[in-house]
Design a protein around this ligand. Structure first.
Ligand code: KIV
Ligand code: ZN
Length: 514
């Protein structure tokens, strides 16, 4: 058995399905390039039948990212597979990933199909996909709640029809490590053609077991891990890529030398990039990439680490590419240093976007003595975001304090047309939000408003997250500025642009309730 585990990254598909984690095309491209630098083997770039936006982003990623396999998701329906093939037409190494549910509960209540019909559908869909590409993956949705012998039949049919990767999803995060281990072992023993196939795992984290289950499947011989950066994904998320990779690296002894091809020093930059793009912070105590993952607070630990780092550190911050929070650039830094620094952070920003980002960097450096990596990430993500925005924030002025009722005047371009509004509010943020709501005519509801300082110091940039909902769609907007009222306006406008972007997506499939 090979001792190499393939990393199948589904941040752009399963991850993007989680509330508030949607990304536009530029954002997806930026992240896909970074995933390639990280060394993932397969990028699941989207679900092309789900929307025009998904189709276009899989096409763009197929054109731009040539090293990893680019994969598109499709139900077993013929139209889904045709869309996947269209989206992957320009990919250097295309893969179609087709799936159908196999548990009785899904067959009876969702698909309303018999087991025989499902078997026929698997055969037809895999054969259709094989006419378009050589590399076909088949998933039995809700495998962990399916009858094991039916799964054997389904996977045997998929192999006979030409699938080379067999994915065994724990769709609802229900299984346990010993049970999943037994299931993968059983399938490896009984599926016809199992020896030639690569078994794959796909775990959800509903009971907090996604990583443990994934490791159990690897022990049982699975050689593809489906995972996401920071563990984002439907509901409680998917297996966290950084955790599985670092377990395998740190505990090679416990996993018989099994390893991945991940460039671990790119883990932290990738985690930061995703977090700044989607505007969802990583929880401070998150394993491997959380703020506190390497912070030794207790005196006895600090003393030990100072004497010998291995007393309390099982891996080093450098091994995951975690920089000390050193000053990276200042107001005298030029274009070259700025571009180099962005490249190190994984952002390859070109032309007008680069000039716009550089201008913002200079403006920030005039206001703020120390510019940190986090400041640069905030600038670039803000610039990338504006590429296809319907609403663009212009100047704004606020009066607030104890003498007068807070009010705000601001300019906002709607579809390129400049508009101006003045509004009063209970406080300056309320006044700004009212003015923006008036100009955008939004019907959305504000669910959450959150402010953080991006870095330490009195002159730190404020980072604001705004969660909005409209028609059961939930989005998170993100804005950063040294003035938190401006950061709030940016975050609100960003969230409104995300809602607009969803409206333009024209969903043609059922909602992506996989
Ligand atoms: O969770 C799941 O079952 C999925 C499949 C499409 C692989 O995401
Ligand atoms: Zn999933």
């Amino acid at each position: 058995m090979s001792d190499r585990v393939l990393i199948f990254d589904t941040t752009l598909r399963d991850g993007e399905q989680s509330p508030g984690c949607s990304m536009n095309l530029q954002e997806k491209l930026t992240l896909a390039r970074q995933l390639a630098k990280l060394g993932v083997d397969i990028i699941e770039a989207g679900f092309p039948i789900a929307s025009e936006g998904d189709l276009e982003s899989v096409k763009a990623i197929s054109r731009a990212v040539r090293e990893p396999v680019i994969c598109a998701l499709a139900r077993t329906r013929a139209a889904d597979i045709e869309h996947a093939q269209e989206a992957l037409a320009e990919a250097a190494r295309p893969r179609i990933h087709t799936f159908i549910a196999t548990s009785d509960i899904h067959l009876e209540h969702k698909l309303r199909m018999s087991r025989e019909q499902v078997l026929a559908e698997v055969d037809r869909a895999v054969r259709q996909a094989r006419r378009y590409v050589d590399d076909v993956e088949f998933s039995a949705e809700d495998a962990t709640r399916s009858d094991w012998d039916f799964l054997v039949e389904v996977f045997s049919a998929a192999v006979a029809a030409g699938a080379s990767t067999l994915n065994v999803p724990d769709t609802v995060g229900y299984t346990t490590p010993s049970e999943y281990h037994a299931l993968i072992s059983y399938l490896r023993q009984h599926v016809e053609g199992a020896a030639e196939a690569c078994f794959s795992l796909h775990c959800h984290n509903d009971l907090g077991l996604a990583v443990a289950n994934s490791l159990a499947a690897i022990r049982a011989g699975a050689r593809q891990v489906e995972c996401t950066v920071n563990g984002i994904g439907e509901r409680a998320g998917n297996t966290a890529m950084e955790e599985v990779v670092m377990v395998l690296k740190t505990r090679r002894d416990a996993f018989e030398g099994v390893d991945t091809g991940i460039v671990t020093s790119e883990i932290y930059p990738t985690s930061r990039m995703l977090s700044s793009i989607i505007g969802v912070p990583v929880q401070p105590n998150k394993a491997v990439v959380g703020d506190n993952a390497f912070a030794h607070e207790a005196g006895i630990h600090q003393d030990g680490v100072l004497k010998h780092s291995m007393t309390y550190e099982i891996m080093t911050p450098q091994s995951i590419g975690r920089p000390s929070n050193e000053l990276v650039l200042g107001k005298h830094s030029g274009r070259h240093a700025f571009r180099e620094r962005l490249l190190e952070l994984g952002f390859d920003v070109q032309d007008d976007a680069f000039e716009a980002a550089f201008k913002r960097f200079k403006a920030l450096a005039d206001k703020k003595k120390s510019i940190y990596n986090e400041d640069l990430e905030a600038i670039v993500c803000d610039t990338v975001r504006q590429a296809d925005d319907r609403f663009v924030l212009g100047d704004l002025s606020i009066v607030s304090g104890t003498f007068a009722a807070p009010h705000a005047t601001l300019e906002l371009a709607v579809d390129g047309e400049p508009h101006r509004a003045t509004a009063q509010g209970t406080g300056p943020v309320d006044a700004v939000f009212r003015a923006i709501a008036e100009l955008t005519q939004t019907k959305s509801e504000l669910l959450r408003y959150q402010v953080n300082a991006i870095t330490a110091g009195m002159d730190a940039q404020g980072e604001v997250s705004v969660t909005l909902s409209e028609d059961a769609r939930r989005v998170i907007g993100h804005g950063a500025h040294t003035d938190i009222i401006v950061a709030s306006a940016k975050a609100y406008v960003h969230a409104l642009n995300k809602l607009e972007w969803h409206k333009r997506r024209h969903d043609v499939a059922e909602p992506k309730g996989i």
